[in-house]
Design a protein around this ligand. Structure first.
Ligand code: BQF
Length: 289
């Protein structure tokens, strides 16, 4: 069965809009997301557009702050300090990746954890790891929401995560091993130094592919009946498209589809749920203010 990330995102957008309409009716605090976009990376610009568009669809307020890639780290930190102070803004993100001369960790740590709707600040990461209330990082939160809404059984399952990034692989391994639903999995976290990734993947009841290599997971790496979550969003050249590229996941979808019980497509799988999760965090931030 195909997990329709795009459709679920639309459903949740409608639910969020109903909540925002009710907030508006009682004169409450309308959620307001600000996004800082540095430079002209086309992928980053498209991600930010998706977020602004979602805000419009759900009745959120949004502010886009665009800066040239020549901005200094100091100037960017000043913008963050202003957003931290700004009573009107409930949550904000700094779109990654940033230009080479800017330290992403420094930027992330400058964000007030109460406004850190991407859930990247160490305070939110630490709270998440301890099972405390926190802003969960958007992609893992989106995946957890998919598993929950599709009522996928996770308790006692063996989950294999491929990739150990701070924003996907590592938090995913923590969330799925927590004593909760979705959770209670036995988790294996694999990465570039793992001896035999294929045989690790073959043991997975739930396989999370987050390595950023197009079509990395082939059918011979997947157990019959596995749940396959493809986090990869890789741009590959395609002259038959007017854009000149198409999106390809980390999973070789055509060969793996037949072996899976559930599988997420690319596009329209995890990607739209990442944006949705950011908006769920923004509503949470607005309510907590
Ligand atoms: C879709 C992201 C890597 C690095 C930084 C829908 C998005 C993408 C794809 C999107 C992503 C990926 C985002 C689709 C936000 C997800 O239909 O497949 C939406 O906008 N994303 C980001 O903000 O930063 C990233 C991936």
């Amino acid at each position: 069965m195909i997990i329709d990330g795009k459709g679920l995102a639309e459903t949740i957008k409608g639910e969020l809009k109903l909540e925002v309409d009710a907030i508006r009716e009682r004169g409450g605090n309308i959620p307001h997301l600000a996004a800082v976009l540095v430079g002209d990376n086309p992928a980053s610009a498209s991600y930010v557009r998706n977020k602004v568009r979602f805000c419009e669809g759900a009745g959120f307020e949004s502010t886009l702050i665009r800066k040239d890639s020549s901005i200094t780290e100091e100037e960017l930190l000043e913008i963050i300090a202003d957003l931290n102070e700004n009573e009107d803004v409930d949550g904000f993100i700094v779109q990654l990746p940033l230009p080479e001369h800017i330290d992403e960790d420094k930027v992330t740590m400058a964000i007030d954890p109460r406004k850190d709707v991407d859930g990247f600040h160490p305070v939110n990461f630490g709270k998440m790891a301890q099972g405390l209330d926190a802003f969960l990082p958007a992609t893992p939160y989106g995946i957890m929401t998919m598993l929950q809404r599709y009522e996928i059984e996770t308790s006692g399952k063996h989950c294999v995560v491929v990739g150990r990034s701070n924003i996907v692989g590592t938090p995913m391994s923590i969330l799925l091993s927590r004593k909760a639903y979705p959770g209670n999995c036995t988790v294996t976290l694999t990465h570039s130094r793992t001896k035999d990734i294929a045989s690790e993947c073959l043991r997975a009841d739930i396989l999370i592919a987050a390595i950023g290599i197009p079509n990395f997971i082939s059918a011979d790496m997947v157990k019959e009946g596995a749940v396959v979550i493809d986090v990869g969003i890789n741009r590959v050249e395609d002259d038959s498209r007017k854009s000149g590229y198409r999106l390809v996941g980390d999973v070789d979808y055509d060969s793996v589809y037949g072996k899976s019980s559930y599988i997420t497509p690319v596009p329209k799988g995890v990607g739209p749920m990442t944006v949705t999760a950011l908006m769920m965090n923004t509503l949470k931030a607005a309510k907590q203010k």
